[in-house]
Design a binder for this molecule. Structure first.
Ligand code: IFM
Length: 458
């Protein structure tokens, strides 16, 4: 069995987000977020749950920190809750909110775990949504105000900062498809949202650099490689379409200072834009968006195989049998992670890349004698880490990997039905129960290596 070693300084971590694990909805002066509100609307969350308590990390953060220590983690990617820091979105800072993250950061550092915070992981204060949210340019000032408050407080201890998590999901799932908060279905609005997210990223990056001169700043994008279902021109074009819509709409402005021309015309053809002059784009915006980054965070879960459907509408085709998909319906395709890393390195050349999320939702068995056997998750992690290893060997500067997620948590519109965690939660006590995958991941992190041995049959 071959052992594949990672570079000496490679970071091993787990990732979470505030809305998904903190709970404490009404504690510590926190304001309402768009997800708190969205979850009250009938039919929006599959299991009818609300994120009021979730994993109660707000009260159990110390326990979670001990858990990470016991798993030998070197870094922790978490997000900061804007409504906890500025319950009214802007204006008066809530000291208890900042104190919470202050303690968490101190605790992490004492435990030798690098804090890797994200400023925005989808929990917009509802009051700002009431003013138009990300669709309105005015939100950018509120975001830089929030960034300033956080950077000022944590900047003496936090080095690596991430502005946004997955702007595609915010713009498309939240404003075009309506599956995520705030639940809008307006494609033209989603383009404004995407632009304001990118612009606020650029301005927030400048704020962080000003407040924390030693900071390393990045953004997290979800990347989904698109492949044509057949070599026909139509299917190749469907794959190009998806890549422009999902990946390049964000990568190009960030790394090339322009929106991808072909993808702009795709939007014009669909009537989402009146012409190639983007109405939301002001002079100077693209220079701000393309300000140099220290790293790119790349989230990877699966690929999309695309074909041109009826009436020339590109559509994804499910090529993998059910056994090769996770319970999210996503194909397990580790090669796509290597391909994504090689592609981003070749076409955009960020100085450093972190795989900021990667993981799998499966239905886990109940614990037997305190043990939760989840061999499919182990196989998923192993195969994807080996893909990362191949990319590094090919020269891609991948500096770390964060498993999604530390805990089973509130999976947005799926509620608690989809479980990605390395650790389960006892439904009655909320006690954390590490699954077998947590122990496997601990061993890999401690060895700084992954072997390519056979996993036990699922
Ligand atoms: O749970 C989410 C996370 O919040 C963002 N990236 C994808 C994960 C799995 O769906």
């Amino acid at each position: 069995m071959a052992k594949h070693h990672f570079p000496g300084e490679f970071l091993w971590g787990t990732a979470t987000s505030a809305q998904q694990i903190e709970g404490g909805r009404h504690e510590g002066g926190r304001g309402e977020s768009i997800w708190d509100r969205f979850a009250t609307l009938p039919g929006k969350i599959a299991d009818g749950s609300r994120p009021d308590m979730t994993c109660d990390h707000f009260n159990r953060w110390q326990e979670d920190l001990d858990l990470m220590t016991s798993l030998g983690m070197g870094a922790y990617r978490f997000s900061i809750s804007w409504p906890r820091i500025l319950p009214a979105g802007r204006g008066k800072v809530n000291p208890a909110g900042l104190d919470f993250y202050d303690k968490l950061v101190d605790g992490l550092l004492e435990a030798g775990i690098q804090p890797f915070p994200t400023l925005y992981h989808w929990d917009l204060p509802q009051v700002l949504q009431d003013e138009g949210g990300w669709a309105e340019r005015g939100i950018i000032d509120a975001f830089t105000e929030y960034t300033t408050a956080v950077a000022r407080r944590l900047g003496d201890r936090v080095t690596r900062w991430t502005t946004h998590n997955e702007p595609w999901c915010i713009a498309t799932l939240g404003h075009e498809e309506g599956h995520h908060a705030p639940g809008h279905t307006d494609p033209a609005e989603s383009l404004r949202v995407a632009h304001h997210l990118l612009l606020s990223h650029g301005l927030s990056t400048a704020v962080i650099r000003n407040e924390v001169p030693s900071a390393e700043v990045g953004i997290v994008l979800i990347h989904c490689p698109a492949m044509p279902a057949s070599p026909t021109d139509a299917d190749v074009d469907a794959a190009r379409w998806f890549d422009g819509f999902f990946n390049r709409w964000y990568l190009d402005p960030l790394f090339r200072g322009r929106y991808p021309e072909d993808a702009v015309w795709d939007r014009v053809e669909r009537g989402h834009l009146l012409g190639s002059d983007l109405p939301f784009l002001h002079d100077g915006d693209l220079e701000i968006i393309a300000a140099p980054l220290d790293f790119l965070g790349l989230n990877y879960y699966s690929r999309n195989v695309m074909r041109m459907g009826r009436e020339g509408r590109p559509e994804a085709v499910a090529v993998a049998p059910v056994e090769e998909r996770t319970t999210m319906g996503w194909e397990v395709y580790p090669q796509g992670l290597e391909d994504s890393l090689l592609r981003v390195h070749r076409d955009y050349a960020p100085g450093s890349i972190y795989v900021t999320e990667n993981g799998a939702a499966y239905t886990d068995p109940a614990p037997v004698a305190g043990r939760i056997a989840d061999p499919r998750r182990i196989a998923y992690l192993r195969s994807h880490l080996l893909a990362v290893h191949r990319a590094i060997a090919a020269g891609v500067p991948v500096r770390g990997y964060f498993a999604w997620s530390l805990l089973d948590n509130f999976e947005w519109g799926h509620g608690f039905e989809q479980t990605f965690g390395l650790c389960a939660l006892d439904p009655d006590t909320l006690d954390r129960i590490p699954k077998d995958s947590a122990f496997w991941y601990r061993d890999a992190a401690m060895a700084n290596a992954v072997d390519d041995g056979e996993d036990p049959a699922p």
